[in-house]
Ligand binder design. Structure first.
Ligand SMILES: Cc1cc2nc3c(=O)[nH]c(=O)nc-3n(C[C@H](O)[C@H](O)[C@H](O)COP(=O)(O)OP(=O)(O)OC[C@H]3O[C@@H](n4cnc5c(N)ncnc54)[C@H](O)[C@@H]3O)c2cc1C
Length: 273
């Protein structure tokens, strides 16, 4: 449980962090809250030779009303998302989902940007921001670009971010009167989801995404299509796993995960109606 040796550099700004990563090449990694990276390093599943600590870049910790969307700095802690009055008003699904991340200690250290950049399909906020149609902002040596959440998740712990790019902001469209629900099925409170569902509905529109139902967070487009075509909640929930490729692991077989997804999507759609 002791990490391989590494060098440590602390960045005071986003620009300095990108410059430091650029100096040290592909073996360097950003360190935000450390609550996903450090466990991997202790197991030696990750062995970066340099850590660029961005945990004190205060400029990237904010939640702002930006007109048609809410802008959230990547270094914003889960606890600040969970307690945000702005999110309570305009994106209550995200605020609520953040309250399900780990325990208070995890939520006080972990960051929304770290959770999204880590791209763990079992994490709660990647799927939730995917359901909400969020846009992520990345800054690299050649400037800034926007990446739709739907294009971001490429594989297990793999994202569209280049190694020298810093995720700086998450833009979440305002929900404007939509019904919403977050369902998380786990065996013990504070565990990762065996399966989770983030969903919202407004008139004929909806967004549904699944936690831990494949190698990436999954957008359950077939559920939304069924609803848009006038299908019942039962019809839509039957499509819950159409885009999923659930894995077998110690907690659940793939068949059990499919069953859970259908049950949880039905509950989520009922609650969001
Ligand atoms: C005991 C425990 C329980 C947990 N339970 C849950 C849970 O129930 N649900 C859940 O969703 N999560 C859970 N987590 C994970 C937690 O949410 C982490 O905080 C989060 O996944 C990673 O955020 P971080 O800031 O700690 O990132 P770090 O661990 O610092 O970084 C993770 C990865 O992202 C990269 N990175 C970080 N920030 C950026 C950035 N701005 N730009 C580019 N790359 C970046 C790092 O280089 C690293 O590769 C748990 C963690 C622990 C330790």
């Amino acid at each position: 449980m002791i990490p391989a040796p590494f060098e440590y550099a602390r960045a005071g700004s986003a620009a300095e962090a990108i410059s430091l990563i650029g100096q040290h090449g592909d073996d360097a990694k950003f360190l935000a809250g450390g609550h996903s990276l450090l466990p991997l390093m202790k197991l030696r599943l990750a062995q970066p030779t340099v850590l660029v600590d961005i945990g004190r870049v205060q400029d990237l910790s904010y939640i702002r009303d930006a007109g048609d969307h809410i802008a959230i700095g990547a270094l914003t802690r889960h606890r600040d998302v969970e307690t945000s009055a702005i999110l309570a008003e305009h994106a209550p699904l995200l605020k609520h989902a953040a309250s399900y991340v780990g325990d208070p200690q995890v939520r006080h250290r972990g960051t929304i940007g770290g959770s999204i950049a880590h791209a763990d399909p079992a994490s709660d906020l990647p799927a939730t921001t995917l359901a909400l149609g969020a846009t992520y902002v990345a800054q690299g040596p050649n400037g800034t670009r926007e990446i739709a959440a739907a294009d971001f998740y490429r594989g297990f712990l793999e994202s569209a971010l280049n190694p020298d790019e810093l995720l700086t902001e998450i833009r979440v469209p305002k929900m404007q009167g939509a019904g919403w629900s977050f369902q998380k099925f786990n065996r013990r409170a504070q565990d990762w989801a065996i399966v989770g569902v983030a969903a919202w509905r407004r008139n004929g529109d909806s967004g549904v995404a699944l936690v831990n139902m494949g190698s990436t967070p999954i957008l359950a487009s077939s559920v939304s299509s069924a609803l848009a075509q006038g299908g019942s909640i039962a019809d839509a929930a039957a499509q819950a796993a159409a885009e999923a490729e659930p894995q077998n692991d110690l907690n659940a077989s793939s068949e059990y995960r499919v069953h859970l997804a259908k049950v949880l999507v039905r509950r989520a759609l009922e609650e969001a109606s």
